[in-house]
Write a protein that binds this ligand. Structure first.
Ligand code: NAP
Ligand code: GLV
Length: 311
C-alpha cells in the first residue's frame, strides 16, 4: 500500500523543509497540497494553515504535524479529525531565537531607548531616570518551551522575573504563578510583559482593557505569541492613555498587518512581521521526519499536543 505525506507550508523556508524532508524520508511519497491524489493514501499531514476541511477528507491519517510551534491554525478547523494525534515542533533553536528577540526588546524598554529616540528627534540632551534591573519586574505569560527560554536568557541581567502558566511550575530565579486566580497578582508585577501563550479558547483576548489595567502604569508589552491574544482596540486605548508606555508587536490578528491598521504608525509601537522565531529547515525537517517514524514504529509522538487544552 502507498503511504503518502500531505505537505502544505507556504513560508519561504517551506521549500527547504520539503527538500530536507524528502532526503530524510526518501521512501515516502510527499504530496504538496492541493495535489493530494487519492486521499485514502495520506497517512501523515505536515501542514501550516491548510484550508479548513481538507484534513477531514483523509480517512487514514495517522498523525497531523505542525511545522511550527503553534497549533492554533489546526484547532481553528472545525472539521479537524478528533481521533488523530497532533504533534508540534519543540525546537531548541526556535527557543534560542525567541529568547534573543524577547531579551532584546526587554532591554530596549528597560533602558528607555524609545524615550531617547524621541529626545534625539528633538536634539534634546537629557538623561532619563533609570531603574536597576533588580527593581524591574519582567513577567512572562506562558512558561513553556519559549517562555522558559526567554526567562533563562533574561535571568543573568538580574531582573525581577515572574511567569504565569496553566499548571504549577518551578524555575530558579522566577516567581511562578499558575491558574486564572493568580493572573491579576502576576500582572501587578509585570512592568515588562512578554506574551508567549498559545492561542486557545481560554487565552483568546486575554490581554484587554481589564488586564492592561491590572499592570503597573506605564508597563511595556512584548507580544510574540499570536495577535488574537490581544484586543487591539483596548491596546490602542491603553497606549493612548499612558497605561502602557509602549508595545513591541511581532504578531497580529490579521497578517500581513493591513495598511490602514493604526498600529503601523502609532508612535509607541514597534512592529516586526512575525519573525521573532522562525522555523529553521535544518532542525525542523529531521524533527518532522522523526515524528513520522515514531508513529510508524508505534512509539510516543514527540511534541504531542493535548487536544482538550488546544496546545
Ligand atoms: P508551550 O510550550 O505549549 O507553552 C505554552 C505555555 O502557556 C505553557 O506554560 C502553558 O502552561 C501556558 N498556558 C497555556 N494555556 C494557558 C492558560 N489558559 N492559562 C495559563 N497558562 C497557559 O508553547 P511554546 O512552544 O512556548 O509556544 C508558545 C506560543 O508561541 C505558540 O503557541 C505560538 O503561538 C507562539 N510562537 C510564535 C512564534 C513567532 O515567531 N512569533 C514562533 C513560535 C511560536 P503549562 O506549562 O501549564 O502547560
Ligand atoms: C510560529 O508562529 C510558530 O508557531 O511556530
Amino acid at each position: 500500500m502507498i503511504m503518502a505525506v500531505l505537505f502544505h507550508c507556504e513560508w519561504e523556508e517551506g521549500e527547504q523543509i520539503l527538500q530536507d524532508l524528502s532526503a530524510q524520508i526518501p521512501d515516502m511519497d510527499i504530496r504538496i497540497w492541493p495535489d493530494v491524489g487519492d486521499p485514502t493514501e495520506i497517512e501523515f499531514a505536515i501542514v501550516w494553515k491548510l484550508p479548513h476541511g481538507e484534513l477531514a477528507k483523509c480517512p487514514n491519517l495517522r498523525a497531523i504535524l505542525s511545522p511550527g510551534a503553534g497549533v492554533d491554525h489546526l484547532f481553528e478547523d472545525l472539521d479537524l479529525p478528533d481521533d488523530v494525534p497532533i504533534g508540534r515542533l519543540i525546537d531548541p533553536l526556535m527557543a534560542d531565537r525567541m529568547a534573543e528577540y524577547t531579551a532584546s526588546l526587554t532591554l530596549w524598554s528597560h533602558r528607555r531607548f524609545d524615550d531617547y529616540a524621541v529626545l534625539q528627534s528633538r536634539k534634546v540632551w537629557q538623561q532619563v531616570a533609570q531603574k536597576d534591573a533588580k527593581d524591574r519586574g519582567v513577567g512572562i505569560l506562558g512558561l513553556g518551551a519559549l517562555g522558559l527560554a526567554s526567562a533563562r536568557c533574561l535571568r543573568p541581567f538580574g531582573f525581577a522575573l515572574s511567569g504565569w502558566s496553566r499548571t504549577a511550575k518551578s524555575e530558579p530565579g522566577v516567581t511562578c504563578y499558575h491558574g486564572d486566580d493568580t493572573l491579576a497578582q502576576f500582572l501587578g508585577g509585570a512592568e515588562v510583559l512578554i506574551c508567549l501563550l498559545p492561542l486557545t479558547s481560554a487565552t483568546r483576548g486575554i490581554l484587554n482593557a481589564a488586564t492592561f489595567g491590572q499592570m503597573p502604569a506605564g508597563a511595556y508589552l512584548i507580544n510574540c505569541a499570536r495577535g488574537a491574544l490581544v484586543v487591539e482596540d483596548d491596546l490602542l486605548a491603553a497606549l493612548d492613555s499612558g497605561q502602557l508606555s509602549g508595545a513591541a508587536l511581532d504578531v497580529f490578528d490579521i497578517e500581513p498587518l493591513p495598511d490602514d491598521n493604526p498600529l503601523w504608525t502609532h508612535p509607541k509601537v514597534r512592529i516586526t512581521p512575525h519573525v521573532s522565531s522562525l522555523t529553521a529547515a535544518e532542525t525542523a525537517a529531521p524533527m518532522l521526519a522523526a515524528q513520522i517514524l515514531q508513529v510508524q514504529r508505534g512509539e510516543p509522538l514527540d511534541g504531542r499536543v493535548d487536544p482538550g487544552a488546544e496546545y
